[in-house]
Ligand binder design. Structure first.
Ligand SMILES: *[C@@H]1O[C@H](CO)[C@@H](O)[C@H](O)[C@H]1NC(C)=O
Ligand SMILES: *[C@@H]1O[C@H](CO)[C@@H](O)[C@H](O)[C@H]1NC(C)=O
Ligand SMILES: *[C@@H]1O[C@H](CO)[C@@H](O)[C@H](O)[C@H]1NC(C)=O
Length: 395
């Protein structure tokens, strides 16, 4: 903070003044920096009534690490009489200028409505240009000094502008770094979570009667493969329930069954199950373009991943506007899902094109199709006749 309210009295050579100007410009390069917790005020004395008070401030350390909608900083300038002469609301920085209604101590306050402290870079300048009134009063003052004072003021406003831009630049750099930090943080957190919950993740299973879904030809059984009958006496469903805590089995009568465990879910790849109009769907993973898909399929805000898959299938079945593979490719993210349509007795099974969710399929001893995210379960039912589910392709 600095004041340059003095009148230039020396009528000396212009270069002396120029040198002085340069010196003052150099010494005033850094603006004042204040950390605003709640309210912070700065005082500045204005020597003459009618002086131009100008300045700017920029919230440099806009600490929006967790929240992106900071309401901004409020700014007020109060005159010695207590009147508010200038006010700015909810801003990340701005310039201001006003004519001082009277001389005296002016108060400049920043109000931060948010609980996180913010650093504000603040710059103020009180400019005084001598008037004819001053000229009459002071015999040392001549018109050339007035011109020089005007020149000084012009130079001052250039300096102020530079400071403002510099502060804004710093602010952008901070925001950029904060965004990058945030991205890195979330990526690291995601990997940690994945590492933590990975062992418990493979817990979704569907078995379909061969009359409903065709098993892959290359996985057809030969007697020595060690497979069992997955559907007989509910063998695989029972095995699944006994090895997975908090599991659910959805019986599809003679068509097969769905089973999934809802305990210890990966929060980033949740398992979801839904039934709508006799369509049963088990979904694991997450969809990135969820908002766009909701719009595409005319779903409201409450729709989740599994309802999107059901709607995508319904569109495919009823209107078939494009190939099924295109529908799956249109879903961005990491996922695997199994859908059974009881009305048409057909299945719709897919995983994302990258195969991010471990997903296997196999054939049991009787030729029924087994799909699961659990290697051990598929081995139990199909022996050696299992393989990773073909990425992104439907059954
Ligand atoms: C923000 O960072 C990106 C890359 O990390 C860079 O390309 C961009 O120029 C930066 N923006 C600013 C204002 O520094
Ligand atoms: C498979 O479906 C056929 C035809 O619907 C049925 O006769 C058979 O009992 C089913 N098998 C099982 C194990 O439910
Ligand atoms: C959203 O749609 C579902 C069915 O698709 C309906 O049950 C639900 O009431 C709808 N919610 C709103 C807020 O419209």
């Amino acid at each position: 903070m600095e004041t340059t309210g003095g009148i230039i009295r020396c009528g000396g050579a212009a270069y002396v003044l120029l040198g002085l100007l340069l010196l003052t410009t150099l010494t005033r390069i850094s603006a004042l920096s204040v950390t605003v917790n709640d309210v912070e005020c700065i005082y500045e004395y204005v020597l003459y009534e009618g002086d131009t008070v100008s300045g700017n401030f920029v919230v440099v350390d806009h600490d929006i690490f967790w929240s992106s909608d900071h309401p901004g900083i409020d700014f007020t300038a109060t005159s010695p009489a207590g009147n508010i002469v200038h006010t700015l609301k909810g801003t990340s920085g701005d310039k201001f200028e006003f004519k001082a209604p009277k001389s005296g101590m002016y108060k400049f306050c920043f109000h931060n409505p948010y609980s996180t402290p913010e650093t504000v870079s603040f710059y103020i300048h009180v400019g005084h240009i001598p008037t004819e009134h001053d000229l009459a009063k002071d015999e040392h003052l001549d018109p050339i000094n007035v011109k020089l004072a005007e020149l000084k003021e012009a130079l001052e406003s250039v300096t102020a502008e530079q400071k403002y831009l510099k502060a804004r630049d710093t602010r952008h750099r901070h925001t950029n770094e904060s965004t990058r930090r945030r991205v890195i943080f979330y990526t690291v957190a995601e990997y940690l979570l994945l590492a933590l919950v990975n062992p418990e993740r493979r817990t979704m299973l569907a078995v379909f009667n061969k009359s409903v879904a065709k098993s892959p030809v290359e996985l057809q059984q030969s007697p020595q493969n060690g497979a069992v009958s997955a559907l007989k006496d509910g063998f695989l469903a029972t095995h699944f329930s006994s090895t997975h805590s908090g599991s659910f089995v959805i019986n599809l009568a003679s068509s097969g069954f769905f089973a999934y465990s809802s305990s210890r879910q990966n929060p980033l790849l949740p398992r979801l199950f839904a039934v709508a109009d006799d369509m049963f769907c088990l979904f694991e993973g997450h969809i990135e373009n969820i908002a766009a898909l909701k719009q595409q399929y005319g779903l409201n805000k409450t729709a989740n991943e599994v309802s999107i898959v059901i709607e995508a299938y319904r569109t495919l079945r009823d209107r078939g506007p494009y190939p099924a593979e295109q529908v799956v490719r249109g879903i961005a993210g990491r996922f695997a899902f199994v859908l059974f349509d009881a009305t048409s007795q057909s299945t719709f099974i897919a995983s994302d094109v990258d195969g991010s969710v471990p997903f296997l399929w196999g054939t049991d001893a009787e030729g029924h199709l087994v799909v699961s995210t659990d290697t051990e379960i598929v081995k139990q039912g199909c022996g050696k006749s299992s393989s990773p589910f073909p990425k992104g392709i439907l059954s």
